[in-house]
Design a protein. Structure first.
Length: 301
């Protein structure tokens, strides 16, 4: 998915979108903190979508599906992993998504309504099947997204903190972090307004019932009862956050992503909103700036 196929090259030639110049897209935030952008779908719009680096597929609401006249083409051959667990879903035609004048093919979509009820005015979720067509610069501190051609390097003159990640078939970004002195796998998830840890990481950090500073958390879809507490420091490459709020919940997503054999977390926008992210899908590198009011972690730490 991340490598340019001949069909996509032909698509870009038809729509004239493969220039070298970067394109800016304004970014806003939902009341819960997730990043929102405006896109066109099949030449119509603009429509507000949540930018979600942990959504494999771009999705729409039922109302937007009806408005666009999308055609039902059948059921998914395998259950799709949602926040609440794996479920069979209906598939619809989509076509293409245009971001800041740059079109990207998105042949199919699914309808998801439940999470978007709390993310007004979002009409859908912009997922990795579209974002991975570009080099993506998500600059939340300055409220913009900059799209460059696939394989373009990050902007020069910035003290980028470079983090390698392993390529995955779903294009999710999973990186190595350390939190409270515990090594863990972290999913970079701009679509999550908070950070969630699995049971193994919760036990290692002492985020357990009855522990000092730990209280009942919010109910998360499919994860059962949750606990909330503070943990830290969180270290990601040279970046450091002294303490972050986390919720402990055994979400099905951990198992589905095959990162549940050890400590793991979904790193949400309560952390990611502080930094600028540049995602290089060709080089399998995540670049991020250092969070405010913290210094770089020593390379020889």
């Amino acid at each position: 998915m991340r490598r340019f196929p001949a069909l996509f090259a032909a698509f870009l030639a038809v729509f004239g979108a493969s220039g070298a110049a970067a394109s800016d897209l304004a970014l806003t935030r939902s009341e819960r903190g997730q990043p929102l952008v405006e896109v066109a779908l099949n030449g119509k719009g603009p429509f507000v979508m949540m930018l979600d680096t942990a959504a494999g597929l771009t999705t729409v609401t039922t109302a937007l599906k009806d408005e666009l006249g999308l055609v039902h083409i059948g059921r998914s051959p395998q259950p799709m992993q949602l926040a609440s667990g794996a479920e069979p879903v209906d598939l619809y035609t989509l076509g293409f998504v245009t971001l800041a004048g740059r079109p990207a093919p998105a042949p199919i979509t699914v309808v998801i309504d439940e999470p978007l009820k709390y993310l007004q005015p979002a009409r859908g979720i912009l997922g990795m099947n579209v974002l991975s067509r570009f080099a993506v610069d998500i600059d939340q501190p300055n409220r913009r997204v900059i799209l460059s051609d696939f394989g373009a390097p990050p902007p020069a003159g910035i003290d980028w903190n470079t983090i390698p990640f392993n390529p995955r078939h779903d294009d999710f970004i999973v990186v190595d972090v350390e939190i409270g002195g515990v090594a863990a796998k972290a999913v970079i998830d701009t679509g999550a307004n908070g950070t969630v840890i699995n049971d193994k990481l919760a036990a290692a950090l002492g985020i357990v019932e009855g522990a000092k500073g730990v209280e009942a958390g919010q109910i998360l879809a499919g994860g059962g009862a949750t606990l909330k507490g503070k943990a830290g420091p969180l270290v990601l490459g040279r970046a450091r956050w002294d303490a972050i709020t986390v919720q402990a919940s055994q979400l099905p997503l951990f198992k589905a992503m095959e990162i549940d054999d050890g400590p793991a977390l979904i790193l949400g926008n309560n952390v990611l909103a502080d930094v600028r992210l540049f995602i290089d899908y060709r080089g399998d590198r995540l670049y991020l700036t250092l969070p405010p009011a913290t210094g770089a972690v020593s390379e020889t730490r």
